[in-house]
Design a protein around this ligand. Structure first.
Ligand SMILES: *Cc1c(COP(=O)(O)O)cnc(C)c1O
Ligand code: SF4
Length: 439
């Protein structure tokens, strides 16, 4: 069994949060404190030294991790830390949160801003790439710093939030561009801002009549679910329509706390969509993604995108081949609920934006028929409409060899090619047999 699949239901060590691992500095925390996001924020792990008591690092590793930490900061909420199985060096939650030596050794591969977000930025912090929507970076702070973050370059700018002056410049750009109807508020993590500052941003956007929808990109439901409190929910419902895009990457992140946070958002009229990043060693297995997405559906969260990991400096050890994403899509389509199937996209270098990729379902095309294949490998002939109502010319039947092949599908002689041993066809036969009277 793949170790990453793990056992979703096995409880970790008990503690105030119900999952507080032994050996952590907050053994005696009360449930009230644990469920208070302010307590979570002020008790984050932020240094390699404080990790040392939780996990073994060799002196060499420690030296490298210190160097990684000089460049890219470290931040793990006690809640997210409690999801980690500290005795497993390949734990998929740990790999997202605890710095690794790969970040240092991969430093010469990739770029800081491969997607040219800054070249497509008319005002600092705002990226306007697509015709009718734009993205605003409103803070550099995150409660948990993902090791695989695409926007790691902004960490060098410190943990500050954009000032009202800087936000004002972004608002006036959006105001001047009436084609913008969808604004993505991103970061950093916008929901780590004080509630009053979130209100300032939403209010500013709602003053612009052509802004139809606001999207918030946040990992708070995954790494700090207690932040989704009543005060925040009523604020979000006041300035709707708001959509939230979050990032669950592994089924073990879909905890009861996370489910409840998503439920509170939904009750406030805020739909939650998920954008998974495909990460080597963390979730690059069809069964992990299938399980993640069916868990998300139970939490009423819709899997929206599956992202190819960007070619960002220091992320090379997380990057999979494109074929891995295609393989995962092949394993999903037809095999599980369509609602559990995201779009696999690669954001191409140079600012070309997101490009969807999937297995090939079109095998061939002729003027009269298109040859498609389904998830079972059944090859079908799809009849196209005849614009002029007249059939195309046909040669004499006897001149056509009578083999069942793809070309016969195209000529319309054969309707479908069905692989031997197809389970669905066997089921149909069994039903027919049991329905027919026996003598
Ligand atoms: C991803 C992205 C968007 C939103 O894309 P959708 O496909 O609409 O979700 C907008 N702007 C930028 C710069 C992006 O990277
Ligand atoms: S929450 Fe988003 S912005 Fe913050 S570190 Fe993770 S991926 Fe980057």
């Amino acid at each position: 069994m793949d170790p990453n699949l793990g056992d979703d239901s096995a409880p970790l060590n008990n503690g105030a949060g119900g999952r507080n691992p032994v050996g952590l500095p907050w053994q005696n925390v009360s449930r009230e404190e644990w469920n208070d996001y302010r307590w979570q924020l002020s008790h984050r792990i932020t240094s390699v030294a404080s990790l040392a008591g939780l996990r073994y690092f060799s002196p060499e590793e420690t030296a490298i991790l210190e160097r990684v930490n000089d460049l890219y900061h470290l931040g793990i909420t006690p809640y997210y830390l409690s999801l980690i199985r500290l005795d497993d060096p390949a734990d998929p939650i740990a790999l997202q949160a605890i710095p690794g030596t790969g970040e240092y050794f991969g430093m010469d591969v990739g770029e800081d801003d491969p997607l040219d977000e800054e070249k497509d930025s008319p005002v600092p912090g705002l990226t306007h790439r697509y015709p009718d929507r734009c993205l605003m970076v409103v803070t550099n702070f995150c409660s948990m710093y993902c090791r695989h973050c695409t926007r790691k370059r902004i960490w060098a700018l410190g943990e500050g939030a954009k000032t009202e002056f800087e936000l004002g410049k972004m608002f006036s750009y959006i105001k001047r561009h009436e084609e913008i109807r969808d604004v993505i508020v991103s970061g950093g993590d916008p929901l780590t801002l004080p509630t009053a500052r979130i209100e300032y941003i939403l209010k500013g956007l709602r003053k612009i009549p052509h802004v139809e929808i606001i999207r918030i990109g946040t990992r708070v439901p995954v790494v700090l679910p207690m932040r989704i409190d009543d005060e925040l929910c009523s604020l979000l419902s006041k300035y709707g329509p708001i959509w939230i895009n979050t990032q669950f990457n592994h089924p073990r992140e879909v905890t009861e706390e996370a489910r409840q946070a998503c439920d509170r958002l939904l009750r406030a009229g805020v739909p939650v969509n998920n954008q998974t990043v495909l990460l080597k060693g963390i979730n690059d297995h069809p069964e992990i993604i299938r399980r993640l997405n069916t868990q998300l559906l139970k939490a009423k969260v819709r899997p929206y995108y599956l992202f190819q990991c960007d070619q960002v400096r220091g992320l090379e050890h997380f990057r999979t081949r494109l074929s891995k994403g295609i393989e995962i899509m092949e394993a999903l389509r037809g095999h599980t609920s369509g609602l559990a199937i995201p779009t696999f996209v690669v954001d191409v270098p140079g600012g070309g934006g997101k490009i969807p990729l999937m297995p090939n379902y079109i095998l061939s095309m002729g003027e009269q028929r298109t040859i498609l294949r389904n998830y079972e490998g059944i090859i079908v002939s799809y009849e196209e409409p005849r614009a002029d109502g007249r059939p195309s010319a046909r040669p004499e039947a006897e001149s056509l060899p009578s083999r069942a092949d793809v070309y016969r599908l195209m000529t319309g002689e054969v309707k479908a090619l069905i692989p031997a041993g197809n389970e669905r066809m066997a089921r149909r036969r069994r039903r027919c047999e049991s329905a027919s009277p026996t003598t």
